[in-house]
Ligand binder design. Sequence first.
Ligand code: PLP
Length: 479
Amino acid sequence: MDSEQLREYAHQMVDFIADYYKNIENHPVLSQVQPGYLRELLPETAPIHPEALEDVLSDVQSKIFPGVTHWQSPNFFAYYPSNSSIAGFLGEMLSAGINMVGFSWITSPAATELEMIVLDWLAKALNLPDDFLSTGLGGGVIQGTASEAVLVVLLAARDKVLRSIGKDALGKLVVYSSDQTHSALQKACQIAGIHPENCRVLKTDSCDDYALSPKALSEAITHDLSVGLVPFFLCATVGTTSSTAVDPLLALAKIAKDNGIWLHVDAAYAGSSCICPEFRHYLDGVEEADSFNMNAHKWFLTNFDCSALWVKDRSALILSLSTNPEFLKNKASERNLVVDYKDWQIPLGRRFRSLKLWMVLRLYGLENLQAYIRNHIKLAGLFEELVNQDSRFEIVAPRKFSLVCFRLLHQQDDDSANKVNHDLLDAVNATGRIYISHTVLSNKYTLRFAVGAPLTEEKHVVDAWKILQDEASTLLRSL
Ligand code: PLP
């Protein structure tokens, strides 16, 4: 590693990335390439001799960028956002520069200690109960994704119950969620060996705004108990992926507590908004949860990946996930003086991810982060208003955060209405000018417009609506 060469190359790279952001709107938001496009453009084997950085960057422009979907474009309104920011970027850069592997405290004490401190800061900003702080029996840990977060707590909950009723009861364990819960839970159940027939996916509907019904949960638990099964895990969601539904945590938590069920709250997207006092009520009831997760890499200006998970009982995680091979033994761990995050996650190795979250919190401050979230919610409100003003469209689910679920009305049968909306989505995305995604709610093909890219301003939302209206007019004329 030659420091002077690093300086020179890194400056060039920063210039390249800064220009990328400056010109980001010139690229089609959704990549328009065909599968396999890149193989035709790149050589079959790696170069024997070194090549110049300029040549590589020129290939990035001409060959890689066409195959990139530009998540940071101000015209990206699909899925949920995945924010980058200057602070997040600098934190990533520093982490890459230090490039340590912080699986145990001893391998880089600052990495573990900063992670504990920063997650305590964030827990306080979210007004989480003290039980989630590292100063008690719980604590926070950065996972790569919400999927990893739900997997590790499911394993902890599974092993906790099996320790008390015996390993042979695995086939009797039951997991509860709603039909709006993210598929990450299903994957976690597959990995954790939960019998597929014991995964209760409770139906939601538009009358409850697609939130999990406490009554349906109670009934399912009562039935399962009556046939000798063992309810042990409930995943509630604050801000579901399809429509931002919020499950009623208070009521669900009471049922979970009464039945000794581990309650995990997945607030992967909407959790960020709860740093604003006016949205914090969506988390009421989290006091009774066993674990809570939000993705700082979604809507909190922290570059991917950074999924914050808090647990009340860290020993449950550690009992499930710890190993203690000879080659990792050290005095600090042996004396139980430190946290070794390798025992809170699936992999051994881990990056210094807290640096970027620390940078985001310090360089922006909670005040600016709140303003950032509020602005997106305001822009989503504006989009919703525009939809409401056009009688050809309808809003499909109530808006709580920065996602608007809507569709084009069509007088024919359900199938043709769904097809029209499917065609509208394709037409809009084929323009390359904006990117939106879809879901299905109550059998209705629904368009999702999620505001959340850091560069999005009012003009982008207004222009996006105009594109949608124009494409809808063209489509309707062609029918
Ligand atoms: N949970 C919810 C509510 C989500 O919206 C998502 C993704 O959008 C996930 C979980 C999965 O997130 P990840 O990609 O971090 O696993």
